[in-house]
Design a protein around this ligand. Structure first.
Ligand SMILES: O=C(O)CCC(=O)C(=O)O
Ligand SMILES: [Fe+2]
Length: 317
């Protein structure tokens, strides 16, 4: 089957209220979430709580004005040399035409305001930007947290959800992929697995995200004004003792429209160790306890680059 024919599992969250876990269609949706995340490791979430108007505001009032800023302004988006992947990314060999900015704790109003003040020190454009970005990030966070809770419940370890949530932080990343102005597909972000817990991707109008299934088939995920892609990263794969699958994915673009996307990544501020309940004779321990930041450093090292399954190479038992 060609990349255009296959589809991701689609899960309808319109009957789920993230502030009332268990209510409405929660348990039926949880079953679909578990089926999807244990097989392909991702799904297309129908999530009308992030309205088409909010998306339009995010990209037209937030993302586009941001990328229109001069390079020196964008480069001020830094969280220090020891946290190179928390902020601005650009001019990276192998990532031609890709540029990206990110807000640590972008689900909260204050960090978004600080970020805007850094980008527009004269105060211009701030209010519209903050409302657009924080408004969307907060809605996306509600979906991310609901899915994380469903995963814990689905695996029978719901008791860990609240305490681990307290040590979970979020990165809100906004990315631009330049149009190649050619009909052929151009790779703008090479094949990878995310290193964090869950990622929620908001594509805007222009397609480009391709997910790989376990049997190696590439699935092009068509953007829609009411859907978000949810995927598992290596940190959640490790914490669940390999119960969930962290899918490979890449970004390719074609044609003459610049592609924009926004992503929310959840990441652990705690040592990753599968809980005892997820380790037994049938599921022996797969990964040694580890700090996710050490794993990220390994992934970008020369040694890490050589391995296909980087998590297994780094801490596999
Ligand atoms: O832009 C996208 O659709 C996803 C990008 C991605 O996979 C990433 O930033 O890890
Ligand atoms: Fe990714």
């Amino acid at each position: 089957m060609g990349a255009d024919a296959a589809q991701l599992p689609r899960i309808d969250f319109s009957g789920v209220d993230p502030s009332s876990p268990g209510a409405g269609t929660w348990s039926a949706v949880r079953a679909q979430v578990m089926e999807a995340l244990t097989t392909v490791g991702c799904f297309d979430a129908q999530y009308p709580a992030l309205s088409p108007e909010q998306r339009a505001a995010l990209f037209d009032g937030g993302v586009r004005p941001l990328f229109a800023l001069p390079a020196e302004a964008k480069r001020r988006n830094s969280y220090g040399a020891d946290k190179p992947f928390h902020g601005y990314l650009g001019d990276i060999p192998g990532y031609d035409g890709y540029e990206s900015l990110a807000i640590v704790d972008g689900t909260k109003p204050e960090p978004v305001r600080d970020f805007a003040a850094l980008m527009w020190p004269d105060g211009r454009s701030n209010d519209g930007f903050c409302d657009a970005v924080h408004g969307a990030a907060a809605r996306i966070f509600e979906l991310e947290e609901a899915v994380r809770r469903m995963v814990m419940e689905g695996l029978g370890v719901a008791k860990y959800h609240d305490v681990l949530s307290e040590s979970t932080w979020h990165l809100f990343r906004m990315s631009e992929y330049q149009a190649p102005n050619a009909a052929e597909k151009t790779l703008r972000y090479p094949v990878h697995q995310d290193t964090n817990m869950l990622s929620v991707v908001c594509q805007h109008e222009v397609e480009g995200l391709e997910m790989q299934t376990r049997d190696g088939e590439w699935v092009l995920v068509k953007p829609s004004p009411t859907s978000l892609v949810v995927m598992v990263g290596q940190a959640l794969r490790a914490w669940t003792n390999d119960r969930l699958y962290a899918p490979l994915h890449r970004i390719t673009v074609a044609g003459d429209a610049t592609r924009y996307s926004a992503m929310l990544f959840s990441a652990p501020n705690y040592m990753i160790q599968a809980p005892d309940e997820l380790v037994d004779d049938e599921h022996p321990p797969r990964f040694k306890p580890h700090d996710n930041n050490d794993y990220i450093r390994f992934c970008v090292s020369e040694e890490g680059a050589r391995h296909e399954d980087k998590l297994k190479a780094f801490c596999g038992v």
